[in-house]
Design a protein around this ligand. Sequence first.
Ligand SMILES: C[S@@+](CC[C@H](N)C(=O)[O-])C[C@H]1O[C@@H](n2cnc3c(N)ncnc32)[C@H](O)[C@@H]1O
Length: 286
Amino acid sequence: MPKRPFRNRLNDLAPKEWLKFQKSWFIHNPPPRRKELLRHPAKFPETLAQEFIEFFTKRGQTVLDPMAGTGSTLVAALRSGRHAYGIELNPEYARLGRQVIADERRTRDASQPSLACELIQGDASQFAALAEAHALPLFDYVLTSPPYWNMLHAAGAKNQRKRMADPRLDVVYSDDPHDLGNIADYEAFLTALSAIYASLKPHLRPGAYLTIIVKNVKKKGAIFPLAWDLSSRLRSHYVLKDEKIWAQDNQRLAPYGLGNAWVSNTFHHYCLQFRNEAPEPKSHGA
Ligand SMILES: C[S@@+](CC[C@H](N)C(=O)[O-])C[C@H]1O[C@@H](n2cnc3c(N)ncnc32)[C@H](O)[C@@H]1O
């Protein structure tokens, strides 16, 4: 019997590459950053973003990052032949991101089709107005990572102490009250963040995926399960498909709670996969 040809509606990957990505965890140790991008407190690697973009889209489709930082998603999209748009609140990060995108374009093969790649400075909570003002298209995929609540304000953290000592590095994203990383109340933060993601829905193609990279937050000896709380809030807008765990195995272990209490060294993030489908019914009860 002839083998059925592999029909791939989602991406341009071969079956073997597809299967490899389906594993529910992966190790990705970020390569060193470009010096000028160290200023940003928490970017994700372009190499990681590219793997997600190449799984969740085909060449020529369009990607959005509504909290784009210095543009990692947009650079990764360019590298994989996708159009990309980003919104970023901090004008300095938006400027740095545009510079990185311009450098990336210079190194691209001139014979490749030109791709839209635009990093817009703005507040993602005003997404509908920004989409209208910039005539943004319908998106095939969203890849993004929000502030992990107001975790950067935890001055005691070792990484934060190191950043405080170097005036070239930002400790927090900004002092802008619209910056989600400055919302002190956890429930208010969750509400503002979920409202932004929900507001993207009319701008997404039916069936489009959203990947949100987050971590559960530890504060004063308790966990605020941001990944799980966000999943729960967004379930009335999108279908939660699953999580993929991003682990880092090149970090130094710290002796938190040694001999006294359980305190983990948390070296993983959740890459939550949602899909723009009719949301699940609220209850499965009779
Ligand atoms: C985790 S960082 C994203 C980093 C990005 N993925 C990268 O690799 O550069 C979160 C970003 O959200 C931005 N941000 C916070 N509040 C925002 C808002 N209301 N609208 C748009 N961006 C916002 C911050 O300035 C910060 O750059």
